[in-house]
Design a protein. Structure first.
Length: 276
């Protein structure tokens, strides 16, 4: 069905945006670090390539399914890459037990691999065409969903700006007693970019909504939610092992959680309310 294909395309864009975040973070870290202090390893380039391929693939699949099989191949290759990365960089070190202190397991890449595999099967088995009744249905009810999404988008953008301001103020006047462990200045940049993209998505939802922007919004929500989950895992780990970590960042990740939930919900609402 056309609707299913377009929704799946939005989630493909979501994955691509998440990978674009990872690649951009690596590039930012490389150029902002002192010479020789940052290693730009080979898999960063692969992540950047997949980010581009997935975003383009999603944009293509929103319009038509001519390249459906090609997009499915991209998703399968991405799944294989993520599975390899999870095993090589996460599972193998745990099995080797080479570190005295084992931190919590980061499930982000595993989740992305599962989602991409599901999307692969959707594109493989989804049939062309759409129900004829879909063409004549009354779409006035969708406006309510889009208006609701706009409210959440604007609220998310405001919170993202607030988050950026807090981080910028901290790094302009850093205090040794208030050091950030999980947060850096790139997070402020990403918060600003997120706010801008959320406002663009709100503007596009004024008329009929956009599957492409829904994918971007879902990506923003996904990133903030997994960042919050990662932080919570570390806090639980610290409590169990008697460490004192990042208490000053609780408010930051609380804001990120709200931005993540609100943004992800906005993306779902856009998908529901998107008009033809």
């Amino acid at each position: 069905m056309q609707k299913l294909r377009q929704v799946a395309a939005s989630f493909t864009i979501m994955i691509g945006f998440a990978q674009l975040y990872s690649f951009s973070s690596a590039v930012y870290g490389y150029f902002m670090s002192d010479a020789g202090d940052y290693n730009f390893v080979w898999n960063y380039w692969i992540i950047g390539l997949f980010a581009l391929l997935l975003i383009v693939s999603g944009a293509v699949m929103i319009q038509n399914d001519i390249f459906r099989l090609a997009v499915a191949v991209v998703l399968l290759a991405y799944t294989a890459f993520q599975a390899f990365s999870v095993y090589f960089y996460q599972i193998q070190p745990l099995l080797d037990k080479t570190e005295d202190i084992q931190g919590p397991f980061n499930y982000t890449n595993s989740i992305l691999a599962v989602i991409s595999l599901v999307l692969f099967f959707i594109f493989i088995f989804n049939k062309k065409g759409q129900l004829s009744t879909e063409l004549n249905q009354n779409e006035n009810w969708k406006r309510k969903w889009l208006i609701t999404s706009i409210v959440f988008l604007v609220a998310s953008a405001g919170l993202a700006i607030w988050l950026a301001v807090i981080i910028i103020q901290h790094f302009q006047n850093p205090k040794a007693s208030d050091a950030y462990i999980f947060t850096n200045d790139f997070d402020a940049l990403f918060a600003c970019v997120s706010a801008l993209l959320l406002l663009i998505a709100a503007t596009s939802s004024l008329k009929r909504g956009s599957y492409f922007m829904a994918g971007i919004v879902l990506g923003i929500g996904f990133l903030y939610l997994v960042n919050y989950t990662w932080f919570e895992q570390w806090m639980t780990f610290a409590i169990k092992n008697g460490y004192d970590l990042a208490k000053n960042e609780n408010r930051l990740f609380g804001i990120q959680f709200v931005v993540g939930v609100s943004s992800f919900l906005s993306g779902i609402l856009i998908l529901i309310g998107r008009k033809r």
